[in-house]
Design a protein around this ligand. Sequence first.
Ligand code: DX5
Ligand code: ZN
Length: 221
Amino acid sequence: MTKTKIAPSLLAADFGNLQRDVEMVNKSEADWHHIDVMDGVFVPNISYGMPVIKAIQKYATKPLDVHLMIVDPNRYIETFAALGAKILTVHYEACTHLHRTLQTIKANGMKTGVALNPHTNIKLLEDIINDIDIVLIMSVNPGFGGQSFIENTYNKIKALKELITRKGAKTEIEIDGGVTSANAKKLVEAGADVLVAGSFVFKSDNPTQTILDLIKATDIH
Ligand code: DX5
Ligand code: ZN
């Protein structure tokens, strides 16, 4: 059984000590650096942009998992490739021509990610699933860290897993929002491959240990 990947979300890091927090992830057992980009239009909040990601890239040694919560993400695909993104995730709700956007992400050497808001049905991915490397299921409404987990997420994971199997796709399932060691096991049992965790990791007393706790909680064999 493959290990569940853990992607600490730097949105919850201490921005005054960003280098320290990026290096904590480097040295930990986590797999990816999750980077949330918000534009104040697609979501009510604004997070950080290119200069900050450039600083993260300078110190990060693990793959950059970039989650774009912005309108018309097509405009910035080349920019994020140049900033070192390995996975580029766009929101289904923000893309008029999702197929074209995913082809451009691939052409720029990155893995394709598609994020779904809590209200967006898995069925909408039926005709595009074979072009998606990672589906990110939002388990809170995007825009802020520290919100509580939406329980319907388990049903969505199961429905997505069924779709992936039926279509013979190799898509991984990533869960983002309100993830803790209390729900991690149930998420993996439902079919999650990657867990994003912001507040749970960075607001804890010992983030490195909290990452280990999450890994332990997801060890279901
Ligand atoms: C929310 C972001 C998340 C966020 C998760 O819009 O996409 O990645 O950082 O934070 P927590 O784990 O605190 O819910
Ligand atoms: Zn995110």
